[in-house]
Every structure is written in C-alpha cells, then in structure tokens.
Write a protein of this length. Structure first.
Ligand SMILES: C[S@@+](CC[C@H](N)C(=O)[O-])C[C@H]1O[C@@H](n2cnc3c(N)ncnc32)[C@H](O)[C@@H]1O
Length: 287
C-alpha cells in the first residue's frame, strides 16, 4: 500500500491488490462514494487482466465485487458505475444492470457520458455563440457499413434505496436566457440542473505513447460525480478498479480522502506517479 497526504486534507491509499480481497479489509458502511469503471469484458488488451472470459464467469465475478461494494458503501452513499460497450457487442451495460440489482443496488439515475457530439447550425437556429456546424470531442472511429461510431458510455448512478439527496446545482450550468433567473422555483441564482447528458471530452493526445492505459476515463468524470453526490458529504471515495488513477487525481485535487485498488503493478505505479505529480506534490508525504 502507498499512502499520500495532501495539504488540502486528502489522504489517498493506493493498493496494488485485487479489489475483492481489498474491500474485505474495509469496515462495513465506511465509503461515501464509489466512482469506478470495471473491465467490460470486451477484449481490451490490458497488460495483466484478461478482458475476454466466458460471459457467465464475467457476470459471476461482477456480482462478487458488486456485493463487496454494497457492503462497504454507506446507506446514503452513491456508486457511479461507468460502463461502455462496442458496436459488435452492445449488451454489457444492460447485463450489468441486472448484476447490480442482484447485489442489492437500485438505479437512481442514468447519465450519458458523451465523448463527442456534432451540432448542426441549421438545427439550433439563431443560437448565441453557435455560428456554424460544430463537431467536438474524440472517439475511436470504426470502419463499418453496419455500425455507428461509438461516441458515448453510461454512468449508472446506483444507490441502496433511490433516495440519496444530490447537489444538482454543484454541477449545474448557467441559464442561457438570463430572464429565467428567478422565474422558476429555486432559480435564485444563475445556475440550473445540467441534466443527464454530460459532455466530457478526452484530452487530445498526439501519439500512442501518451496513452499508458487502454481504457481510462477523464479526471473530470470523477470530479463531477463527487460534486453531484455532494462534496461536503463525500468524505471517503473509493475506486476498486483504479487503473492509472484518474479518480485518485480528482480526489487529490478536491481534498477528498480516497482508497483505490489495482491488480496490475504497471498501472498501479503510474497511478502513484500521477498522484505524486499533482501540483501540490511538494506537500506530499509518502508513507
Ligand atoms: C477500465 S480500467 C479502469 C481505468 C481507470 N478508470 C483510469 O481512468 O485509469 C479497469 C482496471 O481494472 C483493473 N482490474 C481488473 N481486475 C481487477 C481486480 N480484481 N482488482 C483490481 N483491479 C482490477 C485492470 O487492470 C484495469 O486497469
């Protein structure tokens, strides 16, 4: 285990360990928020983990970690489960809904993480700031005459009873038409709920060596999930599938304590480096 302390209060514990074994060592109901992206069993080439096992074995294993997550999550906690698919195998996210329900979770919200979007000027009409067709964001293009490029993934917001209060305005957006400020119930400031389509692009990379892991999510994805749950109430955040530590970096920045597990030593070391390299790293004490 490597532990990092930041001067903003964040304590980060990173374990090079199987997450089911790791979670067994945590206290029951000790985690406020889980933000994670498990392997999707789509044949992604990781350096250690085999991402193409029999579907039934995958579902059994997913049920085991989901039950472990259920045990450590507080009753008013949130689990944000990021999951995607590929055009030739679109079912994984839908199968995982059944798995999560079997473990006791309820679906409180479905968020669509939009990686890329095209907006045609003609469809938005006379809209301030939009003067021409726009295409923003990145996706992996596929060569097919049957399937569409895959420009989104899901973030399933799972809770124990679908009754967890959220801080919607913490991730809200300003009113386009300022005359709406004060008009609607609760609209006493220039911000309203963003809704469930979140455009979060990947950073632009120039070469494959800038991609040290095949399946990361942007740091902003974790940041937004934590803020939506409520930063004040997110005292302990966990990512059982740490990868190269995108969720850990978000917590280091937000000042939230964090626990992460990763079985692959190569990715684990990179996660530690990223947390260490965060720009308040001169205050980092490694134990
Ligand atoms: C989709 S990636 C997560 C990437 C991460 N969100 C990021 O941005 O870096 C899933 C990760 O889970 C790891 N993994 C697979 N099985 C695991 C297990 N039993 N315990 C902990 N980590 C595991 C894989 O090595 C892989 O790095």
């Amino acid at each position: 285990m490597r532990k990092f302390k930041k001067d903003n209060g964040a304590e980060l514990e990173l374990y090079n360990k199987d997450c089911i074994k790791g979670m067994a060592g945590l206290r029951e109901k000790s985690v406020d928020v889980i933000v994670t992206s498990p392997p999707y069993n789509l044949g992604i080439v990781y350096t250690k983990y085999n991402d193409k096992v029999h579907r039934l074995d995958y579902m059994r294993w997913m049920t085991r970690w989901a039950k472990a997550a259920m045990r450590v999550l507080k009753d008013d906690g949130s689990l944000f489960l990021n999951v995607g698919s590929k055009p030739s195998d679109l079912e994984v996210p839908y199968l995982l809904i059944a798995v999560m329900r079997k473990a006791g979770f309820e679906m409180q919200n479905v968020i669509h993480w939009v990686k890329s979007i095209a907006i045609n000027k003609v469809e938005v009409g006379n809209y301030p700031g939009i003067t021409k067709d726009i295409v923003v964001g990145h996706y992996k293009p596929i060569n097919s005459n049957r399937f569409l490029n895959d420009c989104h993934e899901y973030i399933f917001h799972l809770t124990k009873d679908r009754n967890v209060k959220l801080d919607r305005l913490a991730v809200g957006v300003p009113y386009q038409d300022k005359s709406n400020v004060g008009r609607w119930h609760n609209a006493d400031r220039d911000v309203h709920c963003r809704g469930n389509t979140w455009f979060i692009p990947y950073d632009t990379i120039n070469s494959s060596k800038d991609r040290p892991h095949p399946a990361t999510f942007p740091i902003e994805l974790t940041r937004r999930c934590i803020r939506l749950h409520g930063l004040e109430r997110a005292k302990v955040v966990m990512d059982p599938f740490l990868g190269i530590g995108s969720s850990a970096v978000a917590c280091a920045e937000l000042g939230t304590s964090f626990i992460g597990f990763e079985i692959d030593k190569v990715y684990f070391d990179q996660a530690c480096e990223r947390v260490k390299g965060f720009d308040i790293s001169n205050c980092t004490k490694e134990e």
